[in-house]
Write a protein that binds this ligand. Structure first.
Ligand code: ADP
Ligand code: MG
Length: 235
């Protein structure tokens, strides 16, 4: 299988403190690849390092080409879409304005996004700050989908959402993944089981396991050892 993104011996630091020790994995060109691990192991830092938002060393290849020396805006322009933890929508702008600000070129995927998020079409004139957490998450994913990206990096999209809304966000990601591969940081293992083909587990800033997501989740002992939880407990 061809990889869209290859990360090799990635190291990264925040304020001089190394938070990504040695991360190597690749993301297939189709479907959803999960990044798993307990709190604080370096999942968000790994995504931020790929975007160039924190100092990093190592090799990062997009479609075989090095992007590890590029600043964030050029990583984005190469086609790496980023949906950060905590969504970061513009609260005092409308839904339509939030989306308009994200559009990079004259030709965008407006029709796809409108079809995927009918609720946002109905709420075009609503201030984003007055949306529910789930709706804000939809805005955040929609912004990334507007442009033709080679891959999306999505950080904990279901965090803090009610179960019904978790399902809606997962539905949207499943639909989105039909058009673009997704690297997904996700703590909800039911969502991982439903969406992810492959899974990468980070422990202490290093990759401790990589393989098929189902194989990991079907192994309670491995899941417990790597993630500190029982996969079944989330069912
Ligand atoms: N802004 C920051 N300043 C200092 N340390 C940070 C900062 N953000 C994260 N860290 C540290 O970096 C490590 C990895 O954090 P993070 O990548 O956010 O982990 P995860 O996303 O897996 O929960 C943690 O030890 C965390 O305390
Ligand atoms: Mg995080």
């Amino acid at each position: 299988m061809t990889a869209v993104l290859e990360v090799t011996h990635l190291q990264a630091s925040i304020g001089g403190q190394q938070v990504v020790e040695d991360v190597t994995f690749s993301v297939p060109a189709h479907g959803i690849t999960a990044v798993l691990g307990r709190n604080g192991v370096g999942k968000t830092s790994t995504l931020r390092a790929i975007m160039g938002l924190i100092p990093r060393t190592g090799e990062i290849r997009l479609d075989g080409e090095r992007i590890d020396a590029l600043p964030p805006h050029r990583v984005a322009r190469r086609g790496v879409g980023y949906v950060p933890e905590d969504r970061e929508v513009f609260a005092t702008l409308t839904v339509a304005e939030n989306l308009a600000l994200a559009e990079r070129g004259p030709r965008t995927n407006r029709e796809l996004v409108d079809a995927l998020f009918p609720d946002l079409v109905r709420r075009r004139s609503q201030l984003a700050g007055t949306l529910s957490g789930g709706q804000q998450q939809m805005v955040s994913v929609a912004r990334a989908l507007l442009n033709d990206n080679r891959i999306l990096l999505v950080d904990e999209p279901t965090k803090g959402l009610a179960p019904k809304i978790v399902t809606e966000v997962a539905d949207a990601l499943a639909e989105a993944a039909r058009t673009v591969p997704i690297l997904l940081v996700e703590q909800n293992l039911e969502v991982v089981r439903r969406l992810a083909g492959d899974a990468v587990v980070i422990v202490g800033g290093r990759v401790a396991h990589a393989g098929r997501a189902a194989d990991l989740l079907d192994d309670p002992e491995l899941t417990r050892r790597l993630l500190g939880v029982h996969a079944e407990a989330h069912a």
